[in-house]
Design a protein around this ligand. Structure first.
Ligand code: AMP
Ligand code: MG
Length: 334
């Protein structure tokens, strides 16, 4: 695709992510409360996940030239008997953004647009995580709507909507984006078009002892014991920045931390493409480096998972080799 086409696709992706973020925020206001938190009730995230995917898919199907969307969800469960209550809530929230005229069938069909399974013949597709960081969403903390564009196994464009991450204007809610070869940008999530847009750049710190690192809140998603050992070996004294979702990539891309460690907690787990496509390109285009724990590039040419990779290391660039060496001392990189 030409540069001009990618600029058009970027603005289509921004509109889609803004719509999805607004539905996530309305679900949060309506359904997440002290009682759901107390009961560890995940039903609000289920509603927001489906509604978010419906909005991204409907928006892209109208504004983008690319028709394949590889999403985390499909609507099969929502079509089952017994799912009426969830389905009604999903449809109600989709109508809140798209208007009262949207039928239930239409909303479910939009969700299913994201059910594509990429294979070797799918040359160009979007990959979507409708709510990345579901635990953060439930806690009222960080989560992201993550949309990446993959061409011939390479990420060429990414958008991350982060409703609870402050933007450069200090307002809550930012949207970071990147096109391959054209740098990374940030704008307010709740704005319109390119209003308030600015370039972002990773930190230029050159010594690991001055660095801050981020990792998952969830110890099941990244080995926090190993990261503490690695941080100590690198002379890092600051506490880790623990946040859910690809907000971690947005934080590194803006220079607020220099390192993101995602250390495998099991040999079997394979990272999902929608958990990394948008975040990776944003950090790379902000001047940083992203690899797996062995230093290999993330390889998006194998369908829904990063089959040839283990874990993820993202840095500001100059610190990458030192971090990889320290990781190899504490982690079995296979
Ligand atoms: P985070 O918010 O960074 O902790 O990552 C959230 C993502 O972790 C979810 O979207 C899941 O797809 C993914 N995930 C689930 N299980 C694992 C695991 N065992 N290791 C790494 N990531 C996982
Ligand atoms: Mg996710």
């Amino acid at each position: 695709m030409s540069k001009i086409d990618l600029a058009t696709e970027l603005e289509a992706a921004v509109v889609a992510v803004r719509d999805a973020a607004s539905v996530c925020q309305s679900v949060q206001n309506d359904l997440v409360n002290a009682a759901t938190l107390e009961k560890k009730d995940r039903s609000p995230v289920t509603v927001a996940d489906f509604a978010s995917q419906a909005l991204v898919c409907s928006s892209l199907s109208g504004n983008s030239k690319i028709d394949a969307i590889v999403g985390e969800e499909d609507a099969a469960d929502l079509r089952e008997a017994g799912a009426e209550e969830t389905r009604d809530k999903v449809v109600e929230h989709v109508r809140g953004v798209r208007g009262a005229g949207v039928s239930a069938t239409q909303a479910l069909d939009w969700i299913d647009l994201g059910g594509v399974d990429p294979d070797d013949s799918t040359e160009r597709y979007w990959t979507l995580d409708p709510i990345d960081g579901t635990k953060g969403f439930l806690r009222g903390q960080q989560y992201a709507i993550a949309l990446g564009l993959i061409e011939h196994g390479r990420v060429v464009l990414g958008v991350l909507g982060c409703p609870n991450l402050p933007g450069p204007d200090g307002q809550l809610g930012c949207l970071v984006s990147a096109i391959r070869g054209q740098g990374a940008e940030i704008r307010p999530l709740n704005g319109s078009g390119r209003d308030g847009i600015g370039a972002i750049r990773v930190s230029d710190i050159l010594t690991t002892a001055e660095a801050r690192f981020c990792e998952s809140v969830e110890s099941g998603h990244s080995d926090q014991g190993q990261s503490a050992q690695i941080a100590a070996a690198l002379g890092i004294t600051e506490e880790p920045v623990r946040v859910d979702s690809q907000a971690k990539y947005a934080i590194v891309a803006q220079g607020q931390a220099q390192i993101y460690l995602r250390l495998p907690t099991s040999k079997q787990y394979r990272e999902k493409i929608w958990d990394h496509a948008a975040g990776m390109i944003v950090v790379e285009e902000a001047g940083g480096t992203v690899s797996d724990i062995r230093g290999h590039p993330l390889d998006f040419g194998h369908g829904r998972t990063l089959d040839n990779n283990a874990g993820v290391i993202a840095t500001n660039g100059p610190l990458h080799d030192a971090v990889l060496k320290a990781v190899a001392n504490f982690v079995d990189v296979g």
